[in-house]
Design a protein around this ligand. Structure first.
Ligand SMILES: Nc1ncnc2c1ncn2[C@@H]1O[C@H](COP(=O)(O)OP(=O)(O)OP(=O)(O)O)[C@@H](O)[C@H]1O
Ligand SMILES: [Mg+2]
Length: 351
């Protein structure tokens, strides 16, 4: 059984360079969710508000010999209990942090993202009015679309490339409250699609239309998709395969853990480092604006030691800073202070 390493909440202050990673809050959820569990035997009455009552429908497959798919009451009970625990944690985060859109990722391929996404969704739809959308966001492997036997036709890629409207691509299922969006057919490369404004627009629409949106995402390491996909999502849930996933790989994908604040940052550690960036609002304190590049020690976070860098003034208010060695977590909007030994030369804002 995969261990659910963590779950996340809407994080306002997490973004590091290019907003690559998320600070995630670890919750120890001890109580059960108070929501009433009922047999979900009717589709929500306000469905027509969202014009989803006219969407295509398909039957989820019964997988007798395949992976444990919690379908038609044939689930393994221990697995079901674990998914319920995860559901409780997600709902708790929804109640406290308002999360709706959650990416399911892992450090490397094959850790159980797809199965965890669909089973968590199935578990959530057992709750009354928990209208849930599962999205196949892994446009390369299309694992979720294959696992649930989604019919061909437009999917996420078609939405992102502007070929399909939401209600044309969303699929209804034989499970009341469960909707699916298959991967579709991508013409462009996935990173470009997730960098588009269509992705954020889609997330905004899905977050308003569904109570929960669970996105089966690619793994973190080796791909840039997750960084782009995480923009606009409320959280990332890391799936870790018990007894298989190497600690070293997980350490690389989960960049830091702050036990005091119960927060973790996910993302490829290498991608959190940068050498060069621009600053604006430059204020020279103890020297006049230099006419050319100068050497200085630059401090970008209060906990960091100043690091050796070259400062190139671009105009009266802006400058380019190039560190000698790559630095972690250079964050837009944060201050940078320039020193010559202990003397403050000036300061600026990272942009
Ligand atoms: N909780 C689990 N217990 C046992 N086996 C599991 C579990 N989750 C997944 N598996 C098995 O592990 C394999 C990979 O699962 P899955 O396709 O969900 O992983 P994935 O992370 O989505 O892979 P990919 O990165 O290729 O998309 C499958 O054979 C699946 O049946
Ligand atoms: Mg998969």
């Amino acid at each position: 059984m995969s261990k659910f390493f963590d779950q996340t909440q809407r994080a306002q202050d997490w973004s590091t360079r290019e907003g690559l990673a998320k600070k995630l809050e670890v919750h120890q959820v001890l109580e059960s969710v108070t929501a009433t569990v009922r047999e979900a035997n009717s589709v929500s009455t306000d469905m027509s508000d969202h014009r989803l009552d006219r969407c295509r429908k398909f039957l989820l497959p019964r997988l007798a010999d395949g992976p444990v798919l919690m379908n038609h009451g044939e689930a393994n009970h221990m697995a079901e209990e674990s998914y319920r625990t995860l559901r409780t944690r997600l709902l708790r985060l929804q109640a406290t942090g308002g999360i709706r859109t959650v990416l399911f990722s892992s450090s490397v391929p094959g850790e159980g993202k797809t199965l965890t996404t669909i089973n968590t969704a199935l578990c959530c739809t057992q709750l009354h009015e928990m209208r849930t959308l599962v999205v196949d966001g892994d446009l390369r492997t299309r694992g979720l679309s294959k696992l649930i036997g989604a019919p061909s036709g437009p999917g996420l890629a078609d939405i992102l490339e502007g070929r399909a409207r939401y209600e044309e691509a969303i699929l209804g299922t034989d499970h009341p409250n469960l909707f699916a969006l298959a991967a579709g057919t991508a013409v462009g490369a996935p990173p470009e699609l997730f960098a588009s404004t269509q992705w954020k627009e889609f997330l905004g629409w899905a977050g308003e239309t569904f109570k929960l949106v669970l996105i089966d995402a690619p793994p973190i390491l080796g791909l840039s998709d997750i960084d782009l996909m995480a923009h606009g999502c409320d959280g990332v849930l890391m799936v870790v395969r018990a007894n298989r996933t190497k600690r070293s790989l997980l350490r690389k994908a989960v960049a830091t853990i702050d036990p005091k604040k119960n927060r973790i940052v996910v993302g490829d550690d290498d991608s959190l480092r940068a050498t060069s960036f621009e600053v604006s609002g430059v204020n020279w304190v103890s020297i006049e604006q230099p006419s050319g590049p100068i050497r200085a020690a630059v401090k970008i976070r209060h906990k960091h030691e100043p690091a050796a860098a070259t400062l190139q003034p671009l105009d009266a208010a802006t400058a380019r800073i190039t560190f000698d060695t790559p630095q972690r977590a250079i964050t837009r909007g944060q201050g940078a202070v320039f020193y010559d030994s202990d003397r403050v030369l000036g300061g600026a804002w990272i942009r």
